[in-house]
Design a protein around this ligand. Structure first.
Ligand code: NAP
Length: 534
């Protein structure tokens, strides 16, 4: 690793000069080792940049696919698409791979592309602060070591802070409780009375997986989800052989899955669209076929448009609800007592274990409290409950910071790995442009970010994600959509292909005394974009 060691004096938080100490300097500090962090690290290596570190709080890599190990955890986008385009895996064992296989895939990719030596385990980001006088990020990691970096890549994800609702009485519960993303594998569920709170993407995978094992299973459903059929099956040896020998066959399948899922956006872009009725009719047919009891069907029928919340594929969820040891309570939880749960209808049920499949805090993800601007304000403070960014990646006031799957880059219909790879392109091209134009920093202009967000809001307003008649984690407390990219994903790929300097304040490196001359040189070297702001 080419991390340079320099001796510097830095300003302590109170403004006094701290003692001189050796400080490690790198070009890029990446936080997180999920699809985003690894994808970025691999691209840096491919660009010939070895001068980077990857900070990881856990003792293994994998991000979401390491942390979410609940029973039944699997991808709900087919694996031939939900994988890196540059690292196809002909050996997937199922169409929708399970968590252990996806986690193995990530570990294998990290090893094969030589990024593991850059990862610092058990050493996540504690704080990063932009120092304008140095035009660098000063970073403290969890083991107390300090480094500075030209750029910070926040690849810690939007769904990484488990959210357990503040239900009165939880602190007095005498059984065991945990969140779906923090599954307690040491806690044997055999024969126990288990409650699952929530009926989102995590819950509908957990329920059928634990139902045969537990004594009694109560599911607390506040809002029913739309569930569609899932074509999950083992892939045969012949299929795997074909993909190994004929990579183009797997590529063609990947493209077919991508465009098939992309077609859902036709209906989702407008809540009143006829096109959205097709998957909704399929979901109704699926329920009629799988749920015989009309009373249960009534409880399970959503009162909002399909797509408003994440579309859930499962062939096992509905049949599990019909098992004799399962009860669906179509009410929120209002109170927890030492040995029981009270629902909104006043009914009380005894339970030994509570699983909170209640989602994640997307408004204040962990890194948002740890990344600070020049004035010391955290991302959370600047966002104030309603995260905004430019192209889901850069944020006004935070130069040389790149967030993956940031505001309005999540999807309800297609693979987020596609979005991540688009963001990798954007960050890579920005770093290349910084070199070519001799720039010390790039900072998206507040007006460019604001006008981009106005455009997003206009696009999202009629969409099923805003106007579909539901409350979801896509919306903040004011009803503004902070999560979803509004429609087809290929325009996002197009917009993130090249760095767009017109949207940025560009600060030249000190040695670049005449940035315009430098720009002219860059132009002559074949880079056409104008350097309009500096
Ligand atoms: P989620 O979709 O946010 O669902 C949370 C569930 O908990 C909802 O049913 C919600 O009810 C319920 N809930 C929240 N607070 C509650 C409260 N106070 N009382 C009662 N119920 C409450 O969370 P998730 O299932 O973990 O999924 C989050 C996201 O992770 C997904 O949208 C998806 O993007 C991703 N994910 C993907 C996969 C996959 O690929 N296989 C699997 C899991 C998760 P309401 O609907 O009424 O709010």
């Amino acid at each position: 690793m080419l991390a340079a060691m320099v001796t510097t004096q830095t300003l302590a938080g109170n403004g006094t000069k701290a003692a001189a100490r050796p400080e490690e300097r790198v070009r890029v500090a990446i936080c997180g080792t999920g699809f985003s962090g690894l994808g970025m690290a691999i691209r840096l290596r491919r660009m010939g940049i070895e001068d980077f570190v990857v900070l990881e709080p856990a003792d293994d890599l994998g991000g979401t696919w390491r942390d979410n190990s609940y029973p039944g955890c699997a991808c709900d986008v087919p694996s031939h698409l939900y994988s890196f385009s540059f690292a196809p895996n002909p050996n997937w064992s199922r169409t929708y791979s399970r968590q252990p296989e996806i986690w193995d895939y990530l570990r294998d990719v990290a090893e094969r592309f030589g990024v593991t030596s850059h990862i610092r385990y058990r050493n996540g980001l504690r704080e990063a602060r932009w120092r304008p006088e140095r035009r660098l990020w000063e970073i403290e990691s969890e083991d107390g070591s300090r480094l500075c970096a030209e750029a910070v890549v926040d690849a810690t994800g939007g769904l990484s802070k488990p959210q357990v609702p503040a239900i009165p009485g939880l602190e007095r519960f005498e059984g065991r409780w945990f969140h779906s993303a923090e599954w307690d594998h040491g806690h044997d569920l055999t024969g126990r009375r288990v409650a699952v709170v929530g009926t989102g993407a995590s819950a509908i995978q957990i329920v059928p997986a634990i139902q045969p094992q537990v004594g009694a299973l109560t599911i607390y459903q506040r809002t029913p989800p739309w569930v569609v059929p899932r074509t999950d099956r083992d892939l045969t040896g012949v299929e795997r052989g074909v993909y190994r020998l004929l990579p183009v066959a797997q590529l063609a399948l990947r493209a077919a899955i991508y465009w098939g899922r992309e077609s859902l956006a036709i209906g989702f872009r407008r809540a009143d669209s006829w096109a959205a009725r097709i998957p909704q009719a399929i979901a109704r047919w699926h329920m009629r076929r799988q749920v015989g009891d009309p009373e249960l069907r009534t409880k399970l029928t959503p009162g909002y448009r399909l797509g408003c919340k994440r579309l859930l594929p499962s062939n096992e969820y509905y049949p599990a609800l019909a098992e004799p040891n399962v009860e669906l309570v179509a009410d929120a939880v209002t109170e927890i007592r030492p040995h029981s749960i009270v629902a909104a209808d006043g009914s009380e049920r005894e339970v030994d274990t509570i699983v909170f499949a209640t989602g994640f805090d997307v408004v204040e993800p962990p890194a948002a409290d740890r990344i600070r601007d020049a004035a010391g304000r955290s991302l959370s403070e600047v966002w104030d409950g309603s995260p905004q960014a430019y192209l889901g990646t850069t944020i006004a006031g935070f130069p040389n910071l790149f967030r993956f799957l940031g505001p309005n880059s999540a999807l309800g219909h297609n693979s987020v790995v596609f979005m991540i790879e688009s963001q990798v392109n954007y960050v890579a091209d920005t770093l290349r442009a910084m070199d070519e134009l001799g720039l010390a920093s790039v900072e998206v202009r507040a007006d460019a970010q604001a006008s981009y967000n106005r455009w997003l809001e206009r696009r999202l307003e009629p969409s099923v994600w805003n106007a579909g008649g539901c409350a979801s984690w896509y919306l903040d407390r004011t009803g503004r959509n902070l999560a979803i990219w509004p429609g087809f994903t290929w325009p996002f790929r197009r917009r993130t292909r090249r760095f767009d300097p017109g949207a940025y304040t560009l600060t030249p490196r000190r040695e670049v005394t005449d940035p315009l001359a430098h720009l002219e040189q860059a132009r002559l070297a074949g880079r056409p974009e104008p350097l309009t702001h500096h």
